[in-house]
Design a protein around this ligand. Structure first.
Ligand code: ZN
Length: 261
């Protein structure tokens, strides 16, 4: 029994085939170019295996309501050529196997916690929350929809746009890290107040920075100011356990679950 998994991001598609124990047999990374070229390579990869179920975690926003026409489509993405592409339909037409469909973020969370995917009228987009901007911060923000939402103020590209230095090359004592930690801590406080989760797992390239996690934990405790009781920040806010892999593992787990249904 073989499962297929796709972590479809805006810059690359990671595709893998795994056995029933979810041991990966082969994995490839394809640059996300135009849909036609990208899907051709995705098909070339999966055509070589008799997969029996598929899991897809796609960049969003995506249509997730089965009774709506845009189900399985990528919606209003600024990524050129990808708006309204019927991603799920193309995969199902080609492979005719049970296929799980969710966002790359949901798949990554599923990979980490192996629980249920959280969905409502759409998938949550917690990165686009508005946060209180620091008085000295005049940066306009990179979100094409809201400009200075959390995504616009604190995602990877904003670090480079503010400082002119790539995130991974920024010195540890650069003042931008305190600002970054403050914005992330504000968002985590909102998530905690709304959802009261048992733990918060942070992923993404920026979280490969040790010192940032500590700053976020400190700022979170200061901002929360004891209002809601949570576990100690060091135990409550943690880093992903499957660095750079959780999206793909989640997609494979979703494929496995889809096959069992
Ligand atoms: Zn936004």
């Amino acid at each position: 029994m073989l499962y297929g998994g796709i972590e479809a991001g805006g810059t690359k598609f990671v595709c893998a085939v795994a056995d029933e124990k979810l041991q990966i047999k082969e994995k490839i990374s394809i640059a996300t170019t135009d849909p036609q070229t990208t899907f051709k390579q995705v098909f070339a990869f999966f055509d070589r295996y008799p997969i029996e179920a598929l899991g897809i975690g796609s960049f969003g926003p995506i249509g997730i309501q089965p009774d709506q026409e845009n189900y399985g489509h990528i919606l209003a993405t600024p990524k050129e050529g990808w708006a309204d592409v019927d991603f799920l339909g193309q995969m199902k037409q080609r492979y005719k196997v049970p296929t799980a469909w969710t966002t790359d973020v949901n798949a990554a969370a599923f990979g980490e916690i192996n629980n249920e995917v959280f969905e409502g009228i759409s998938h949550p987009e917690m990165g686009h929350l508005y946060i209180k901007r620091a008085a000295e911060d005049t940066y306009q923000g990179t979100c094409p929809y809201h400009k200075d939402c959390l995504e616009g103020l604190a995602a990877g590209p904003s670090l480079e746009a503010r400082t002119g230095i790539k995130g991974e090359e920024l010195p540890l004592d650069h003042p931008i890290w305190d600002l970054q930690a403050n914005y992330l801590a504000q968002a985590l406080m909102s998530y905690t107040l709304i959802l009261a989760p048992e733990m918060i797992v942070l992923g993404g390239g920026v979280m490969n920075q040790d010192h940032l996690l500590k700053k976020i934990q400190q700022q979170f405790s200061e901002l929360m100011a004891g209002y809601m009781e949570t576990p100690k920040a060091e135990d409550y806010i943690v880093r992903w356990g499957l660095p750079n892999e959780s999206g793909l593992i989640g997609a494979l787990l979703l494929a496995q679950r889809e096959r069992e249904y």
